[in-house]
Design a protein around this ligand. Structure first.
Ligand code: 2HA
Ligand code: ZN
Length: 260
């Protein structure tokens, strides 16, 4: 278990270092799968609680999520205290906290739990390789989502790809754009899950980013590369320039070269 907790705390440290984690901003989850019952003998299990719906593909899954209201800088220091380990029941409609002697029994799962559950359920249903979800608040991407012209999937991707080759290569299917929805809502979860069937990263209008990856760090990398594009955009805008960037012909050549 420790190695899984450490994967999350390593990424929470990166979010803090990037300045994307003001107060309790952001949340992370890592699905560690279906662990044999023997495993729980050394742990206590908390009381059974209901989800607001049934996630059939999450039957018997164990998922680690950041606690509600926790700061990334605290997760980095004390992962056992600020991470919540959920053991989901056979039916996929209830969960229990897995408790060790370092667990904070008053902790609750992240306020965006509904999005994490919907997405993990979809990933399992579609036999996808991603096990991690990272949600964070990168300032430059959020700023772009305040500009009407870029509140459009084609427009925002054409801009971000044109800024640096790494964005074309790493984020080759682009970022999904999710129009504004209430934080922590089921509507936000449903729209995001639909979008992540075809993407690995989405931008929540006027809020932040959410990405999936094999590891939390891989999900972080995707947001990092897109945020760097947005950062460079505002640098040249602030310097008073409108630039062409990497044009379509060059981007197409790059896609052919990298077979993406
Ligand atoms: O976890 O970022 O979207 C705090 C948030 C909610
Ligand atoms: Zn958020």
């Amino acid at each position: 278990m420790k190695k899984h907790l450490n994967k999350i705390s390593k990424t929470s440290a990166l979010l803090d270092k990037r300045g994307w984690a003001e107060a309790n901003a952001g949340n992370i989850s890592l699905r560690i799968g279906n662990i044999s019952n023997n495993y729980y003998k050394k742990y206590q299990l908390g009381e059974l609680k209901n989800f607001q719906k049934t996630f059939t593909h999450l039957s018997n899954q164990v998922i680690i999520v950041t606690g509600a209201g926790t700061r990334m800088r605290d997760v980095k220091r004390k992962p056992e205290r600020y991470l919540f380990i959920l053991k989901i029941n056979e039916a996929g409609n209830m969960f229990q906290q897995i408790i060790s002697n370092k667990t904070n029994k008053n902790l609750k799962p992240t306020s965006e739990l509904i999005s994490h559950l919907y997405i993990h359920n979809m990933l399992l249903a579609n036999k996808r390789e991603e096990r991690s979800i990272v949600h964070t608040h990168p300032a430059n991407l959020i700023a772009l989502s305040h500009i009407q012209k870029f509140c459009n999937q084609d427009a925002i991707n054409n801009l971000l790809w044109s800024i640096q080759p790494e964005t074309v290569v790493l984020a080759n299917e682009g970022i999904a754009f999710i129009p504004y929805q209430l934080t922590g809502s089921e509507k936000l979860a449903i729209e995001t899950t639909k979008a992540l069937e075809k993407h690995r990263v989405a931008l929540w209008e006027k809020h932040g980013c959410i990405a999936i990856g094999k590891s939390p760090e891989k999900a972080f990398d995707l947001i990092d590369v897109l945020e760097k594009s947005a950062f460079i955009f505002f640098i040249y805008k602030n310097a008073g320039y409108n630039v062409e960037g990497i044009n379509d012909i060059k981007q197409k050549k790059m896609r052919r070269h990298f077979k993406i």
